[in-house]
Design a protein around this ligand. Structure first.
Ligand code: NI
Length: 128
């Protein structure tokens, strides 16, 4: 039984996808499954304090060191590590000393600024 190559599930190269953009704090959709999205983002400096009412968020770091500040402390996430921020928990992502590249895994309904809104909100995400 032969199968057309176009019908086969496709391998996704993080390296190739990250090479397609340079802007910061603007997540790109690179995959979708079960109502969840896989996104890639490059960040530099501080974001804004926010929380998500209904969504848990996973952040996996592929370059640099992510600092995730919470109201009662902070965590460092290094390359090859991930952190899950539960819904309702206020968080502030920071790339303090260098640009950070990360993979996000979260429901498609997730807005980057959560319930905080504001000018850093990206409502239309690009698909790569
Ligand atoms: Ni968030």
């Amino acid at each position: 039984m032969s199968q057309n190559a176009s019908t086969l599930p496709q391998t996704v190269s993080l390296q190739e996808k990250f090479a397609l953009f340079t802007d910061h704090w603007s997540p790109k959709i690179v995959g979708e499954l079960n109502g969840q999205q896989v996104k890639l983002a490059k960040i530099s400096g501080e974001f804004v304090w926010h929380a998500h009412e209904h969504e848990d968020e996973l952040f996996m770091v592929t370059r640099g060191q992510l600092k995730m500040r919470f109201r009662d402390g902070e965590q460092l996430i290094n390359v090859g590590e991930f952190i899950i921020v539960p819904r309702g928990v206020e968080h502030l992502p920071i790339a303090e000393t260098e640009e950070v590249w990360m993979l996000l895994f979260e429901p498609a309904s997730t807005v980057n600024t959560g319930t905080a809104g504001g000018e850093r909100t990206v409502s239309e995400l690009e698909r790569l």
